[in-house]
Design a binder for this molecule. Structure first.
Ligand SMILES: [Zn+2]
Length: 532
């Protein structure tokens, strides 16, 4: 049984969540404490507060300071509301609970390892993937957002890193320390976080485009030099994403090292980062760039539903290209696009069980699959080519600002881009986002007379049900040395489309389609040469 159908968030709003936990029982692997939820009714007559909480045992529930009845069956914690709550009513619920938090069968949940105790906020096998409910009661969906206070009690000599800013650290005089973190920005449950170990903090101040804010990296003292050397380009990454996506909207940039085997997790301002990637080299820098970019794509705006995970992961994967471009130049970006494009064409679909899925309708089993990440990233690259850099960057920045701290859908994104750019984005989204497969375009034949070049462009479909419309193709006329003599973007429709170019008078030239690889399609050849 589940509470967190996204529709619960239409009726009740969790304004603030305090998670107060003792994380000291490394031998028994249990956590104990309470959560306090400030809940407001959005409709009249609410007589039940349903919350998601799995595995853990609830001891008691208090409503506005008075003990109240509850039932906890499976993952559903039900608290009857007597009297009922009406629109605007706000009540505080304190839920005491404890036990051994769950771990996902393949990826995510709670981990105990040596002196580390930490969680990863999604479960790859879990449905829904949100994994707030393994450590505190919540509406575990992608819609609900609340601000957070984390009050974490650790053994002395240990430190708790959570989302937000460290407000206080106090020695309890009994061999434990309490760490209080405040996160004023509202986040979904799966982006809340805690990691405990014998951490030190590597810190500096970053000068952002709108404000200055701290960078804090949680790492064991013995690894702090390796951490600094691995993260040498973190400031450059922050700068690249602020330039591309707008100002950083959180109070700190945070990464905390955990001994996790399978990647990182973009907890808001407190990214869980795997120790294997803290190796004194730049090998893994696209990994931290990916995670950092989630502070815009995933954390600032969040996919409304897991089937649209491309909005989080496709964009974070595209951000790896963008980071590469900012640091190493356009050529490095293009090389990365080409390499990944070939991988998609040759192996991509096999990696998702041989299936072709629309990006916006990903089945649960493949939420975190190759299509979401890599084809998602390539589709964003194509969107960039489709819109052109100026409109692309200004409109996505405006979109992130408009929908900051909200869930979004692909349709909302499409409509916003159309409105902002003046380009009807329906053909692009219908072709690349809402249907499976990819197109491939080739020159079928062409004719050339003085100042008119007619080209028949043939479109072939690779597992896509419908032909792509308004398909932009840059046509370049190139001399034998490879210099571009003339270039023009045409828009093709349907299986065969004759387009005309106002070509200058030229003696001889080659015709090259999409020379700059602005739209990665199913053609893997770098260039198609045709002579007059
Ligand atoms: Zn990611």
């Amino acid at each position: 049984m589940r509470a967190a159908t996204p529709t619960i968030s239409d009726s009740l709003d969790i304004l603030h969540t305090t998670v107060h936990l003792e994380i000291t029982d490394y031998a028994g692997k249990t956590i104990n404490g309470y959560a306090e939820l400030e809940v407001q009714a959005k409709v009249d007559g609410m007589d039940l507060l349903p919350l998601d909480l799995m595995t853990l045992t609830v001891d008691s529930v208090w409503m506005d300071g008075v003990s109240t009845a509850f039932t906890h069956a499976g993952e559903l914690l039900s608290i009857p509301l007597t009297p009922a709550m009406n629109t605007g009513d706000t009540r505080t619920f304190r839920i005491f609970y404890g036990g051994e938090p769950d771990q996902d069968a393949s990826w995510g949940g709670w981990y105990w390892s040596g002196d580390y105790s930490y969680q990863m906020g999604v479960g790859f096998d879990a449905d829904p993937h949100n994994f707030g409910r393994i450590w505190f009661p919540c509406f575990d969906n992608f819609i609900e957002r609340s601000s957070f206070t984390f009050e974490i009690i650790t053994p002395s000599g240990y430190k708790a890193f959570c989302g937000g800013t460290l407000e206080s650290e106090s020695d309890n005089g009994d061999g434990t320390t309490t760490w209080i973190w405040q996160l004023p920005q509202p986040i979904p449950s799966y982006l809340a976080s805690v990691a405990v170990s014998t951490y030190s903090t590597v810190a500096w101040q970053h000068t952002g485009i709108a404000s200055d804010y701290p960078v804090q990296l949680g790492v064991k003292p013995s690894d702090s030099t390796k951490m600094k050397n691995s993260f040498i380009n973190l400031d450059a990454a922050i700068e690249a994403f602020e330039n591309a996506y707008g100002p950083y909207r959180w109070d700190r940039v945070g990464f905390t090292v955990v001994p996790f085997f399978g990647g990182a997790m973009e907890h808001a301002t407190n990214i869980a980062y795997p120790s294997f990637a803290v190796d004194n080299t730049l090998t893994w820098e696209t990994l931290y760039a990916h995670e950092l970019s989630h502070m815009w794509w995933g954390d600032l705006i969040t996919c409304s539903d897991q089937s649209e995970m491309w909005l989080n992961e496709g964009w974070a994967s595209f951000s790896e290209y963008l980071f590469t471009e900012a640091l190493y130049g356009r050529k490095a970006y293009e090389d990365m696009v080409k390499e990944q494009h070939l991988e998609i064409i040759h192996y991509g679909f096999a990696r998702d069980g041989g299936n072709y899925f629309p990006l916006a309708e990903m089945p649960h089993e493949y939420t975190y699959g190759f299509t979401t990440y890599t084809r998602g990233a390539m589709t964003v690259h194509n969107l960039r080519g489709y819109m052109g850099d100026e409109l692309f960057f200004s409109c996505i920045t405006e979109f992130l600002d408009e929908y900051a701290f909200q869930p979004v859908t692909s349709e909302q994104f499409r409509d916003h881009l159309s409105e902002c750019s003046g380009i009807d984005m329906t053909p692009f989204f219908d072709g690349w986002i809402f249907q499976a497969g990819t197109p491939a375009v080739e020159v079928d034949y062409f004719s050339y007379t003085a100042d008119d070049l007619g080209i028949c462009i043939e479109q072939k479909l690779n597992h896509a049900p419908d032909y792509f419309t308004n398909y932009p193709i840059e046509v370049s006329l190139v001399d034998k040395q490879g210099h571009t003599l003339y270039a023009e973007t045409v828009h093709a429709n349907g299986p065969n489309d004759e387009v005309h170019i106002n070509a200058p008078a030229l003696d001889s030239f080659y015709v090259v389609l999409d020379r700059n690889n602005l739209i990665a399609d199913a053609v893997t050849a770098d260039e198609i040469f045709l002579t007059t």
